[in-house]
Design a protein around this ligand. Structure first.
Ligand code: BTN
Length: 328
């Protein structure tokens, strides 16, 4: 039903067709038309509904499909397979299952909606339908260079470069908050969760699942996220999620071949928003204050403690001590 309704709307893209007319032509009720329109909207189709006018499919409709993603990948891409899902609990969970079944390096899983999107440190990641990009990549460590811990750093750079290419007016505005949060206009617009799948018998890392969530046009966030989360676009969206997905995935796969490439860490440092600011961080159970000096060659955060000692954090959560001058 929804496919038929979509083709009726597509045949007159940009003009209104009454719900009654659509219902009549397909031999269904107006309520059934509305239900299908609602589903299509959740999938990302931009359909306007106006009383006394009917429904209109907007000229730019952002729908995520495997075909759309593939069409946006360059010929020399290292992505081996593209899977696009309408709705899933978490693309990282899905990717893990596939990886355990032997899915090869370079498989990309994207979803339009996640029901239980996961973030770092046990947080959830709000993943509403149609307005965000939720994607995971399966990587095999034997194909990656030695420095596979650097994949999260590479992911953050991949997201920034992709958004900047698609939206040149945002150049200079995107920031990376160590280790893997992307900020725009003082709000977190993307997060990264990288997980290892270890062989039951070997105890060795057999695959790495790197998952990225980007708020493209999400307007409302609930709970704790309402305080910090934002989206790339507040108004009209100017690129499709399939284009963004292809770009991010392609960058990551290329970076993954040479995680030692100094241009990756250089791009990360240029966008690091903690560098030069006072921060709080955890050392065991103790909350400490320090000054973020910079990012080392392995993506660690170099800190000068209050006692004046230099230490490097490899993981953990860090908060900027906000003053008016540093407020993003
Ligand atoms: C964070 O902000 O702490 C990390 C968020 C990571 C979210 C992405 S969305 C795709 C993939 N699937 C998940 O369940 N999580 C990651």
């Amino acid at each position: 039903m929804k496919t038929k309704i979509l083709s009726v709307l597509e045949s007159q893209k940009g003009t209104y067709i009454s719900g009654e007319k659509i219902a009549e032509s397909l031999g269904v009720s107006r309520a059934a038309v509305w239900k299908s329109v609602d589903t299509l909207r959740k999938e990302g189709h931009k359909i306007k509904a106006v009383t006394n006018k009917g429904y209109m499919l907007e000229n730019f409709s952002d729908v995520l499909t495997a075909k759309g993603i593939r069409e946006n990948l360059p010929n020399d891409t290292k992505i081996s397979r593209v899977i696009c899902l309408g709705e899933i609990d978490s693309t990282n969970n899905y990717a893990k299952k596939l990886a355990l079944n032997g899915e090869p390096h370079g498989t990309l899983i994207a979803a339009n909606h996640q029901l239980s999107g996961r973030g770092r440190h046990g947080h959830s990641f709000e993943s509403p339908a149609g307005t965000g990009l939720y994607m995971s990549l399966i990587l095999r460590p034997d194909i990656l260079s030695d420095k596979f811990q650097m994949i999260t750093v590479a992911d953050a750079v991949a997201v920034c470069l992709s958004v900047e290419e698609l939206c040149p007016e945002l150049k200079g505005s995107l920031g990376i908050k160590w280790v893997n949060d992307i900020y725009l206009r003082g709000r977190k617009i993307a997060g990264i969760l990288t997980e290892a799948v270890t062989g039951f018998e070997s105890g060795e890392i057999e695959s790495i699942i790197t998952g990225i969530g980007i708020n493209v046009s999400t307007k409302k966030f609930g709970g704790d996220a309402s305080e910090i989360a934002g989206a790339i676009f507040n108004d009209d969206v100017s690129f499709g999620r399939d284009e963004l997905c292809a770009k991010v995935a392609d960058y990551i796969m290329k970076f993954a071949e040479n995680l030692d490439d100094p241009s990756i860490i250089k791009a990360y440092r240029e966008r690091s928003i903690l560098t030069g600011h006072d921060i709080t961080y955890m050392k065991g159970n103790e909350k400490c204050c320090g000054h973020a000096e910079g990012i080392d060659d392995n993506g660690g955060l170099v800190i000068r403690s209050e006692a004046g000692e230099i230490e490097t954090l490899r993981s953990g959560e860090v908060f900027m001590i906000r003053t008016e001058e540093v407020r993003q």
